[in-house]
Design a protein around this ligand. Structure first.
Ligand code: UD1
Ligand code: CA
Length: 435
């Protein structure tokens, strides 16, 4: 936390319905790089403040439940959105512990600690974020004279001249808490949307001779996400950021624009990601090579190689292991294993020196429950074998290709279950006649 962390309260507005998103999921729970927009905002807020209030209304319970699962000490405020709709209505009844209050929208996943700090510096009565845009549509227009903000006019309330204004309101304000407390009750809903606009506090402050300073910011950090199109654009920006950081940290990426990396994934040592790779969830990759079009989800991979076209599903752990093409691994631990081609390894643990042949399947599910397959060291599992779990195969075992293994196998054995091969002489000619 920065040294001013004690003097700033943060209010995150997240009560809106997000109609333009056209979704049953609340807008602020839509994810960018594997983390909901609201959590991106809360994470940035936590870096500068110890007093964070989230304003909720639409699907409040659902959102609160998700916040509670991840954070402690967040204050909730339920907006009376029937009586007081709008961003100003959202602030009614919110109290700040600290002398300065930073207000942000929950639909701004690209903000960073640094950009928020810039907004809380200086001693103006209000600092507000302003973006210069060639296409200002959708945003409130900011009327600036002599480097001071005079007014914010919402698009729907603009006259023709105001519509042309290219300085727009990014939607983040740092306000003296006492002023805020006196202005919020005075807001009216006398406007095109019959809503209580938070933006009207600017005019009130100006009328009282207070200073309202525009802080110019980049759209890349303050983009408001209102639609699925905005969501996709914000995702691109976030992905570029995440990948730039990891490449700086030493991760090699072939055609990085084709690679996806979750915001909570981490890399250590020398890692190589080929084109089309997707690293999802809180995956941890150490000194490994993930080849073209492989997917890794919430897994730990150390000193291993995966793919091309490998799929490592959640809770897998690969150490010193080779996973080849079309191999799917789920909730399994493989140490020093080779599984080169076309296999399904689920709910398994496989030890050093073991080889899994092409077409091997752990039959881990009987339609009701899931069962474990335990394979020891130096086990050679021949191709096209079905391992019917629960099953334990001890060390130094050879499983003959094409077997269906239903019972545990003891150390050192050769195990096979095949129908003996039969050959009937000249059957072809009898059946089809002589050719
Ligand atoms: C708002 C600003 C606009 C600015 C834009 C930046 C107002 C009146 N307008 O417009 O000047 O350019 O943000 O992105 O503030 N919310 C509530 N309760 C409500 C309504 C909204 O909590 O009753 C929350 C939403 O969940 C959202 C945020 O406030 O997180 C902004 O709401 P939104 O409807 O997106 O505002 P804009 O119309 O984009
Ligand atoms: Ca918005």
């Amino acid at each position: 936390m920065s040294n001013n962390s004690k003097s700033i309260s943060v209010v995150i507005l997240a009560a809106g319905q997000g109609t333009r998103m056209k979704s049953t999921t609340p807008k602020v729970l839509h994810e960018i790089s594997g983390k909901s927009m609201l959590f991106h905002a809360i994470d940035a807020a936590q870096e500068i403040s110890d007093d964070i209030t989230v304003v909720l209304y639409h699907q409040a319970e659902r959102i609160q439940k998700e916040i509670d699962a991840r954070y402690e000490g967040i204050v909730y405020h339920l907006q009376d959105a029937e009586k007081f709709p709008g961003t100003g209505g959202a602030m009614k009844g919110v109290t700040s512990k600290n002398s300065q209050t930073l207000i942000l929208n929950g639909d701004m996943p690209l903000i960073t600690k640094d950009s928020l700090s810039a907004l809380t510096s200086g001693n103006a009565d209000i600092n507000m974020s302003v973006i210069k845009l060639e296409d200002p549509s959708g945003y409130g227009r900011v009327i600036i004279e002599n480097e001071q903000v005079k007014e914010i006019v919402e698009q729907k309330d603009c006259n023709e001249a105001q519509l042309l204004t290219k300085t727009v309101n990014a939607g983040i304000y740092s306000v003296n808490s006492e002023l805020l407390a006196s202005y919020i009750p005075q807001l009216s809903n006398d406007n095109a949307q019959s809503e209580y606009y938070l933006t009207d506090i600017v005019k009130m402050a100006v009328d009282e001779g207070k200073t309202v300073t525009p802080i110019y910011v980049e759209e890349e950090e303050f983009k408001g996400v209102n639609s699925k199109l905005d969501l996709a654009q914000a995702e691109e920006i976030m992905q570029r950021r995440i990948k730039t950081e990891w490449m700086k940290a030493g991760v090699s990426m072939r055609l990085p624009e084709t690679i996806y990396i979750d915001s909570s994934a981490t890399f250590e040592g020398e890692c190589i990601l080929e084109n089309g790779v997707s690293i999802q969830g809180a995956s941890r990759i150490i000194a490994s090579h993930i080849k073209t079009h492989s997917i890794v989800e919430d897994s730990y991979i150390e000193n291993s190689d995966v793919g091309p076209m490998g799929r490592i599903r959640p809770n897998s752990k690969l150490i010193n292991t080779h996973i080849g093409n079309f191999v799917e691994v789920k909730k399994s631990t493989l140490t020093g294993v080779k599984a080169g081609h076309l296999a399904y390894i689920g709910d398994a643990s496989i030890d050093e020196g073991s080889n899994i042949g092409a077409g091997v399947i752990t039959c881990n599910y009987d339609g009701k429950n899931k069962y474990q397959t335990i394979i020891g060291k130096n086990v050679f599992v021949g191709s096209d074998t079905q391992l019917i779990a629960p099953l334990t195969i001890a060390d130094d075992v050879i499983v003959a290709a094409g077997s269906t293994i239903t019972k545990d196998v003891e150390q050192g054995a050769l195990v096979l279950s095949r129908t003996p091969q039969k050959s009937i002489k000249n059957f072809f000619y009898k059946f089809f006649g002589k050719v």
